[in-house]
Write a protein that binds this ligand. Structure first.
Ligand code: IPM
Ligand code: MG
Length: 389
């Protein structure tokens, strides 16, 4: 299938093998803008992992987002979904861009591709680790003593709530303006079912047990009925099966404040879809380097891994995007889907070494970074690969 994307590079299907013990099939979704550029670096790192750990990765590209809209008229073609279902894991780069921005409810949007693949694959758990690489501690806008020790895991519910509720936009008399003509109205609905809350709560408590044993459950129980139900169910699951885990309830507005005020206190933060979307961007900014953060979306079958950042249209095609979040998404993929914890550790160590050596892409460089240490996208990928070998 042709990749109708000006920044697409390399063959759309490749595989590596060396002392092969096992071959994994990876469905790669480069998407839009910087997506193909950073995906190329993720594949490079996979190839290096294959060589070092004696396995093979067959990477098959498929279309999603704006690239898919251009080629097929829809943001998630059926072939992409089939390819994803048939793979061992899905690696996504980023979707969206000004070319496809529209407020017309009838027009396709790149983000629909992402939402649909999450729903279709049942990816209800979104893990967003927020960690500081010590070499980048100066990149945060917060004081060093505030961010010292920040290491949290945001567990965002990903297939319910406002994102998937009934919504509508229409004209009627009630929406009328001063001219008396019918005006527009719109609504979105926020709905949760008991089992959806129960299963995400379990994921959060399980994650906490492998970490520092603390969960902050974020809701708006002083206003929303869904949040009151959320709080009740989270506590019921806690009291029945996870009483060893420390649980606190935090109202979402207060959570937005506490994340800046005492970020190092948070261990696992569990919350519903929309709150998680907003708070995870805020938490990412605490590190000062959104270009470094990866995420995993897990369900009961094949899982999806992607950077936490977007498609960065402003720097697309320039070869300067930071590929490290993509590379760290490969790390999460090896850890959570392919049971290759050693290889995942090796990637993390290689990225840490690159940063400790002072190498930077522009987004994580500062005034003190020497010009020869500022690398483009491909050179940064090469630097990680060099430390993996
Ligand atoms: C994210 C993104 C998506 C979301 C968009 C692109 C639909 O912001 O993964 O956080 O809102 O979930
Ligand atoms: Mg978001």
């Amino acid at each position: 299938m042709p990749l109708d994307n000006p920044f697409a590079s390399g063959p759309s299907s490749m595989s590596w093998s060396c002392n092969v013990k096992k071959t994994y099939t990876i469905c790669c979704l480069p998407g839009d803008c910087i997506g193909p550029e950073i995906m190329a670096e993720g594949k490079k790192v996979l190839a290096a992992v294959g060589k070092r750990f004696g396995c093979a990765f067959e990477c098959n590209d498929a279309l999603i987002g704006g690239a898919a809209i251009d080629a097929t008229g829809t943001a998630l073609p059926d072939e992409t979904l089939e390819a994803a279902r048939a793979s061992d894991a899905v690696l996504l780069a980023a979707v969206g861009g000004p070319k496809w921005d529209t407020t017309d409810p009838a027009a396709p949007r790149p983000e629909q591709g992402l939402l649909k693949i999450r729903k279709e694959l049942g990816l209800y758990t979104n893990l967003r680790p927020v960690q500081i690489f010590s070499a980048l501690a100066g990149a945060s806008t917060l004081k060093p003593e505030v961010i010292d020790g920040v290491d949290m895991m945001i567990v965002r519910e990903l297939t319910g709530g406002l994102y998937f509720g009934v919504r509508e936009r229409f004209y009627d008399e009630e929406g009328a303006g001063t001219d008396g003509k019918p005006g527009q109205r719109a609504y979105d609905t926020l709905e949760y079912r008991e089992y959806e809350i129960e299963r995400i709560a379990r994921q959060a408590f399980e994650a906490a047990r492998k970490r520092r044993g603390k969960v902050a459950s974020v809701d708006k129980a002083n206003v929303l009925e869904t949040s009151r139900m959320w709080r009740e169910i989270v506590h019921r699951v806690h009291d029945a099966d996870y009483a060893d885990v420390e649980l606190e309830d935090v109202l979402v507005d207060n959570a937005a404040m506490q994340l800046i005020n005492r970020p190092a206190d948070f261990d696992v933060v569990v919350t519903e879809n929309m709150f998680g979307d907003i708070l995870s961007d805020e938490a990412a900014q605490i590190t000062g380097s959104l270009g470094m953060l990866a995420s995993a979306s897990l369900g009961d079958g094949v899982a999806l891994f992607e950077p936490s950042h977007g498609s960065a249209p402003d720097i697309a095609g320039k070869g300067i995007a930071n590929p490290l979040a993509q590379i760290l998404s490969v790390e999460m993929m090896l850890r959570y889907s392919l049971d290759m914890g050693d290889a995942a550790d090796a990637i993390r160590a290689a990225v840490t070494a690159v940063l400790d050596d002072g190498l930077r892409t522009r987004d994580i460089a500062d005034a003190s970074t020497p010009a020869d240490k500022i690398l483009g996208t491909a050179a940064m990928g090469d630097a990680v690969v060099a430390r993996l070998q």
